[in-house]
Write a protein that binds this ligand. Structure first.
Ligand code: PEP
Ligand code: MN
Length: 351
């Protein structure tokens, strides 16, 4: 990383950037309230730091060893006040601000009528963002794969319902991009692009999604350490897109007997991510537990841990949900949850 002097001129900055490019690396320039920092993207071993330290306008040039740099707290502390979380703006919603943000909706988009009903219920319950899978990642090829898997026309139709629901109920909308070939189409219709747990490690997909220039909801893989999760989030940032919403959704359970939940919700991921990075982090208690009777308590716990928001699967008729029926809650249940979580957030933020 290269720290510029406070009084460095634009020409001096340009010169340093050109020198970095000559060494075969890319740059990430952050102009903060305090000073300008040049993050280096690529192998820093080919950078002669002593030479860079001597260039006009440079205060300091040094190697950063961590696998994630551009999203790190260490990096943001150089150009903004300590402890600030990145505020990601979507429509009139701020993710990472003082108020928690709630994403709600069905696991899969099933029909226009069902989606509109759920959207209305989610909005009335206080959710600001509508979710719904058009391309579903499923463990079995014989299960329902989402309407989008039937073809481009079907995908376009389902995506247009999402967009329409967003407009009608004044919500932002989000859906998952399961593969690179879906990115262009999906990005035309939704406000936030979701990368699912199973694709956390797909660096080509991450780069493709990042280049769409929209906020990315990035879910932790159920077998990933925090270091891997954050290191792969860096692939999105390296494309110049820092609007990354991290999402903890549970990791694989341990031991031989029953664990009673689908995954283990790793709530320490929340304060860890908030210390290690300046990105907001949300929690998905629905996929983590797989049980509707546990959603309320784990949502409260996630808020207490400092989460910037929650993603909850909601259905007006849970028993009939085509995917993940066992973890769906209803809009009235969501309303109660959101009210409590807002109060918990106030208490937590005070301290
Ligand atoms: C989802 O949120 O729709 C989903 C499939 O979750 P995950 O990728 O965490 O399994
Ligand atoms: Mn689901």
């Amino acid at each position: 990383m290269i720290i510029m002097k406070k009084d460095a001129t634009p020409e001096e900055l340009e010169n340093v950037i050109a020198e970095v490019r000559r060494c075969g690396l890319k740059t990430d320039v952050s102009k903060g309230a305090f000073r300008t920092i040049i993050g280096l993207i690529g192998d820093e071993k080919s950078i002669p730091f002593a030479y860079f330290s001597s260039l006009p306008g440079v205060k300091e040039a040094r190697m950063v060893e961590t696998p994630y740099k551009l999203i790190s707290r260490e990096y943001s502390n150089l150009w903004q006040a300590e402890g600030l979380t990145r505020e990601i703006k979507v429509k009139d919603i701020t993710i990472g601000g003082d108020e928690p943000v709630f994403i709600a909706g069905p696991c899969a988009v099933e029909s226009k009528e069902a989606l509109m009903k759920i959207a209305e219920g989610a909005k009335m319950a206080g959710a600001q963002i509508l979710r719904g899978g058009v391309y579903k990642p499923r463990s079995s090829v014989h299960s329902f794969q989402g309407l989008g898997s039937a073809g481009k026309d079907e995908a376009t139709e389902a995506l247009s319902w999402l967009k329409e629901a967003g407009e009608r109920f004044e919500m932002a909308v989000m859906t998952e991009i399961r593969g690179e070939s879906q990115a262009d189409l999906v990005a035309e219709y939704v406000d936030i692009l979701q990368v699912g747990s199973r694709n956390m490690y797909d660096q080509d997909l991450l780069a493709t999604v990042a280049r769409k220039g929209k906020p990315v909801m990035y879910k932790r893989h159920f077998g990933a350490s925090m270091e891997e999760f954050l290191s792969f989030a860096e692939y999105i940032a390296a494309e110049g897109n820092k609007d990354i919403i991290l999402c903890e959704r549970g990791i694989v359970p341990v031991g031989k007997g029953k664990n009673f939940t689908r995954y283990n919700l790793d709530l320490a991921a929340v304060p860890v991510a908030l210390k290690e990075t300046y990105l907001p982090i949300m929690v998905d208690p629905s996929h983590a537990t797989g049980r509707r009777d546990l959603i309320y308590s784990m949502s409260c716990a996630a808020m207490a841990a400092g989460a910037n928001g929650l993603m909850i699967e909601v259905h007006t008729n849970p028993a009939e949900a085509l995917v993940d029926a066992s973890q769906m809650i209803t809009p009235p249940e969501l309303k109660e949850l959101i009210n409590t979580c807002r109060q918990i957030n106030k208490l937590v933020k005070k301290h």
